[in-house]
Design a protein around this ligand. Structure first.
Ligand code: TZP
Ligand code: MG
Length: 220
């Protein structure tokens, strides 16, 4: 397996779509993922918050195969064990999950490790401990993650993106309308749930977001 760590990662973080059963409104994760990728998603994260892990494994295997076929980065949220079992390309941990040093120790050197810092200090420590990218947010208000806390804003994102050497993606309340500002603040891409997974036309929603992100990156 070729690794995504390093230069390839920045490109892969342009449009990072995260699964969500509730927002999919009965549409299977694999269908949402297929449409999102057809629209231009460059990374896909399996975010499993409820239901048996055996089912997460089943869904994950299908998503893993789809992403491998499409050349899309496949990341598992929170669970290092699930990421390893699925041979995911990456694992994403937050402040309540296994810390970055332990995560890196368990997954080895080829798997991408993402981290969601709440402060600049946490961001710098995660980079030093071997995180490959950071997810910073919620940039804008969101109802998708009830415990996400208040919006941190573009300045907080810009401060972290300017201080670390690893790529940063913005997350939280991002749409095609406000995504360009996130890129201008220093992010290499945007991570979204509702703007794509909750859309009536998932493919078109992804296409529009990707267009905005690509245009904003080209202007930097
Ligand atoms: N982490 C911070 S905000 C958020 C997560 C998982 C939710 C993002 O969802 P949406 O619908 O794109 O605001
Ligand atoms: Mg988490």
């Amino acid at each position: 397996m070729t690794t995504w760590r390093g230069v390839r990662l920045r490109e892969a973080l342009r449009l990072y779509v995260i699964t969500d059963r509730a927002l999919a409104r009965g549409r299977p994760d694999i269908e949402i993922a297929r449409e999102a990728i057809a629209g231009g998603a460059t990374a896909l994260q399996l975010r499993w918050k409820a239901g048996p892990l055996s089912e997460a494994l089943q869904v994950g295997h299908a998503l893993r195969a789809l992403c491998r076929e499409a050349g899309v980065l496949f990341v598992v949220n929170d669970r290092v064990d699930l990421a390893l079992a699925l041979e995911a390309d990456g694992v994403h941990v937050g402040v309540s999950d296994l810390p970055v040093p332990e995560t890196r120790k368990l997954v080895g050197e080829s798997m991408v490790v993402g981290f969601s810092p709440e402060t600049l200090e946490q961001a710098l420590a995660a980079e030093a401990a071997g995180a490959d990218y950071l997810g910073v947010g919620p940039v804008y208000p969101t109802t998708t993650k009830p415990d996400a806390g208040p919006a941190v804003g573009l300045e907080h994102l810009a401060q972290i993106a300017g201080a670390v050497g690893i790529p940063v993606v913005g997350i939280g309340g991002i749409t095609a309308v406000n995504a360009a500002a996130v890129i201008r603040a220093g992010a290499v891409g945007v991570a979204v749930i509702s703007a794509v997974v909750g859309a009536e036309d998932v493919r078109e929603a992804a296409r529009q977001l990707r267009e905005v992100v690509d245009a904003a990156l080209a202007e930097r």
